[in-house]
Design a protein around this ligand. Structure first.
Ligand code: ADP
Ligand code: MG
Length: 754
């Protein structure tokens, strides 16, 4: 009997599974391997679909090919061994009032132990036809009818005669096994605490928690299953909306330095630029300025296609902050990019400064793993120690500090941090941003002896910096609304005029040498080329097939490294022995990377063979060729980013998508790149082609799964947002909704861990 020896205490979602199934159950170990450790985990392991065995047929009515359930008595069971096929065969004859039928199981000798003569059972499966024209059941699922009714009403079947749940299965644990354990759980009448406010449940017609959990596993009808599923999809979206909305409300009450902006001065600066800003650059800058003038923190995302000119917009905003006496932390995902921004800004400010010598330009600082540089003006730049750099920053001497994303989290302290810019931050989940915003005042500065300083600190603690993130990753609108709902959005919708379209071609193995000839010609004309090496999935290389564990990021890096080295060898020894070729990968020291990039920029190399390190932001206008090996292995967003590395100067540029895949799907995807006019269009296309997870490539974005799910159901996103607004407008602190508040705290903690 299933629960002999166990106490019939009520179980809760937190109850460890071993208390329910017994510590020695073999299923327990398999479940734990799948990360299923508590009752809640198991009940959250939802079926992927249901087999419809609802209708019980009379044996005589069975039609060939039909999926059906019959209910009958076992007449006799025989076991034999087929020597020819080397397998055991169990055969049973089953009868009901209408007739009898044969059922066969291969290699499941234990079936004979259960299906003893005289036992009554349900059998669900396919009615097959033998060579002799006889209808029989092939490998049916069966479920015994209890001999003595247990007094708790009608027997609920799990495997037959109903909608039978089919689970995502793994090594050795079948759907039947999972159903068995799940069914046991329900017998223990688990207690589930509802946390969605009843009003919302009612309005959206969602089943209460306990019912939803039951119905998603053992629904009476498909409609019940669908209602339960809708509730669960809603749950996380709803929580996410609550978080972003609360964040937004909180920001609105927080204080930030209100910057003063002299529009005449801004115009004067714009006039000194080497080019005229595009209309949407101007519009975005204007939106940012308006935010910075307010005494509450800006929280804005500047989104614009690769090459649309986001940097200059952020640079101008940083200049405004500096003019108001506030410091800016300008962060990039890689040191290469941080250095590039530093260099760009030096050139830009020197130009603006020389247009009007009275306009003092801010002091710039670059902090990387390898170096600390302070740039006072065109004539004075000093390399210094990190300690000294920090001292000067803490003293407020450096106005705009460039570094990687680690800049603000780790060591830097600021005297008056007023503005934070994060470039190419597609990984900004809710949690990271929250972390950033709390870090802002964690380091208020030097020692705290005197009262005035303490008071100053208090004041500093009271204000948060304005916050601007920039991304070229086209995030579809639905996702924008759900995951980044607390962000305001500025869009750069056009490229600077005069850009030429990047000619893009999918290159099959036969055309490879032609592309090499083409590259050679371009280089002869003075241009440069990138060659990006494929991201190899370690699982593919894994001969023993021990799979998922090997897919760590370090395994990725190792293989990427291998492919970059091989490509470098091939190109520099065989294909282009006469050209200057360099290699770039993530395992090089920061200093080496910077060196290589600098030399490439200075045209000391013709070809740069690289991993995806160059994916974001790098600006080398003289490079006109982007060759991507194993293109089908990258996400479309990533390919798009790679391509954006060229076509930045006056020369016609080219992108070669190298693939030896002949799969239709791979080509359809690559074709999308050829056809899409911009990143947004591409995002929508890829979403349609491959679903949300794939769009961002193999390496995940840090977006929570819910964000991915949200993409599939815009309507549900809308409803979750409306529900969250409704609740918060009545009860902003959720004081009257204690269970929801508790659930939200747990969800928040989970997001932070991810
Ligand atoms: P992204 O938006 O991808 O970060 P960048 O800010 O790196 O793009 O800009 C790409 C290039 O375009 C840079 O070389 C920059 O100087 C140039 N650029 C930016 N705005 C304009 C403009 N309005 N007109 C011409 N060139 C521009
Ligand atoms: Mg950029």
């Amino acid at each position: 009997m299933v629960y002999c020896g166990h106490q019939m205490t009520q179980v809760a979602l937190e109850t460890p599974l071993f208390e329910v199934v017994g510590a020695r159950s073999p299923s327990l170990r398999r479940l734990e391997k799948m990360g299923i450790k508590t009752v809640g985990d198991l009940l959250r392991h939802f079926p992927t679909r249901y087999e419809d065995f609802t209708k019980v047929y009379a044996i005589d009515d069975l039609e060939p090919g039909q999926q059906a359930t019959i209910h009958g008595t076992v007449e006799e069971t025989r076991t034999r061994h087929s020597w020819r096929r080397n397998m055991s065969i169990v055969e049973a004859t089953i009868t009901d009032e209408s007739g009898s039928i044969r059922a066969i199981w291969f290699n499941q000798p234990y079936v004979a132990n259960t299906l003893k003569t005289g036992r009554e059972a349900n059998f669900s499966g396919k009615a097959s036809v033998s060579d002799e024209g006889e209808i029989y059941l092939n490998n049916p699922t069966y479920e015994l009818v209890r001999m003595r009714p247990r007094g708790d009403g009608e027997q609920e079947f799990s495997h037959t005669g109903r909608l039978v749940p089919i689970y995502p299965e793994t090594q050795g644990l079948t759907s039947r096994g999972i159903r068995f354990v799940t069914q046991q759980l329900f017998k223990r009448r688990p207690a589930f605490k509802e946390w969605i406010p009843p009003k919302i449940l009612e309005e959206l017609r969602f089943p209460p928690l306990a019912q939803a959990i039951h119905d998603i596993h053992f629904p009476g009808t498909i409609e019940e299953a669908a209602a339960a599923r809708a509730r669960f999809s809603f749950e996380d979206l709803f929580l996410l909306q609550l978080i972003t909305l609360q964040e937004k409300m909180k920001l609105a009450t927080e204080r930030a330095p209100a910057m003063e902006v002299d529009i005449e001065w801004v115009k004067h600066i714009l006039a000194a630029l080497p080019f005229e800003l595009t209309v949407s650059q101007k519009k975005s800058l204007w939106e940012i300025i308006q935010d910075m003038e307010r005494p509450h923190p800006m929280n804005r995302l500047l989104q614009g296609d690769v090459g649309s000119g986001k940097t200059i917009v952020a640079a101008l905003a940083a200049l405004i902050a500096a003019r108001n006496g506030f410091q800016t932390a300008f962060m990039a995902p890689t040191e290469i990019l941080a250095r590039q921004h530093f260099e760009t800004m030096k050139a830009l400010f020197s130009r603006i400064g020389s247009a009007d010598p009275h306009d003092r330009m801010p002091v710039l600082g670059l902090l990387t793993a390898g170096s600390a540089v302070i740039h006072y003006d065109e004539h004075v730049e000093s390399r210094t120690t990190k300690a000294d750099f920090h001292d000067r920053t803490a003293a407020g001497e450096v106005a705009i500090i460039f570094g990687t994303h680690a800049l603000i989290q780790k060591s830097a302290s600021f005297k008056k941090l007023g503005f934070v810019v994060i470039d190419e931050q597609h990984r900004f989940g809710v949690s990271q941003r929250a972390e950033l915003l709390t870090k802002k005042t964690a380091d208020p500065g030097a020692d705290t002896d005197t009262e005035t300083q303490a008071a100053g600190q208090e004041a500093a603690r009271m204000t948060s910096p304005h916050f601007l993130s920039m991304s070229a990753t086209p995030i579809p609108r639905t996702l924008m609304l759900s995951v980044f709902g607390d962000l305001d959005l500025s869009l750069i919708t056009e490229l600077p005029s005069g850009r030429k379209e990047i000619k893009t071609k999918i290159v099959a193995p036969l055309e490879r040498s032609a592309s090499y000839r083409f590259i050679r010609e371009e280089i002869r004309d003075g241009r440069q080329a990138f060659v990006i090496c494929p991201r190899i999935d370690p699982a593919e290389e894994d001969e023993e097939g021990t799979a998922p564990k090997a897919r760590t990021s370090s395994a990725f890096t190792a293989l990427e490294l291998k492919s970059v080295k091989e490509e470098f060898e091939k190109l520099s020894k065989k294909i282009f022995p006469d050209l200057r070729i360099a290699m770039l990968h993530g395992q090089m020291k920061a200093k080496e990377k910077e060196e290589v990039m600098k030399k490439f920029k200075d045209r000391e190399f013709d070809i740069l063979v690289s991993t995806s390190v160059v994916e974001v932001g790098v600006d080398i206008p003289n490079a006109t060729i982007m060759m991507i090996e194993g293109a089908e292995r990258f996400g479309l967003a990533q390919l798009y980013q790679f391509r954006g590395r060229v076509g930045r100067g006056e020369h016609q540029s080219y992108c070669f998508l190298m693939t030896d895949s002949t799969a239709h799907a791979a080509h359809a995807r690559l074709n999308a790149i050829l056809e899409a006019k911009n990143g947004f269009e591409l995002a929508e296309k890829d979403l349609a082609l491959r679903g949300p997870g794939q769009f961002f490539g193999q390496v995940q974005t840090g977006l929570p799964d819910v964000a991915m799910d949200a993409l599939r159901d815009p309507e549900l996103v809308k409803r979750s947002r409306e529900a969250a607004i409704k609740i918060l407008s009545i009860d902003p602190q959720l004081k009257k909704n204690a269970p929801l508040k508790k659930k939200l705290a747990e969800f928040r903690a989970k997001l932070h861990r991810e």
